[in-house]
Design a protein around this ligand. Sequence first.
Ligand code: TMP
Length: 234
Amino acid sequence: MTNELIYSGKAKDLFKTENEDELLVVYKDQATALNGKRKEMFPGKGELNCNISTIIFDYLIKNGIKTHVIKNISEHEQLIKKTEVIPLEVVLRNRVSGSLARKFDLIDGETLETPIIEFYFKSDKLDDPFINDSQVLALGIATQSEIDYVKNQALKINDLLVKFFADKQLDLIDFKLEFGRLDNEIILVDEFSPDNCRLWDQTSHNSLDKDIFRQKKGDLVETYQKVLDRLTAK
Ligand code: TMP
């Protein structure tokens, strides 16, 4: 029996399982840019991201962060807890890059005085617009205590991951997180992979993330494999 597809995203598909509290995630080989307007297939990308995200989520779980991951079913499939996803992309930035550099005409790589946390409203139709705290509150997307909790978790996760990646000679420039509600708690959902963060080699400052695809500056699968190799190196 094939599972029922309930959501097809840009990088992952979500299926129902026999257990109504659990979902199956299948990582796809597709990469998209410009909110899906540019699409390409990269055989092996799904497996790489599933493996990279698993290593990072395992590390976060070991350090007290609650997540939706239950277990991996194969190299590109995961069983996860079903949550009520909060429709916000939570972006945290340690250094200037991407849309921040463009918006304020800043130099790529400049260090920030403090990390920046930004919210974007998850909507393909609207191209995920920026949304501020008072809009999140007024539109009933999250309560003030939920906003505070999510920001706090993002900062905690940042502290953990900056150290984790530095140990692998990688600088964590910025990243995107998503959260979901489950049993009166907010837990980390989605994935953490080079698709949704910027990682720079500490020496060369070369990108080891999806900027390779966005800026057409290298081989995506080769680059993601390099990230996995660093994470698994003894
Ligand atoms: P940005 O510089 O394009 O705003 O992206 C900031 C970080 O958030 C970067 O690591 C990529 C990630 N991100 C996503 O994962 N999904 C998105 O839809 C966006 C806009 C950014």
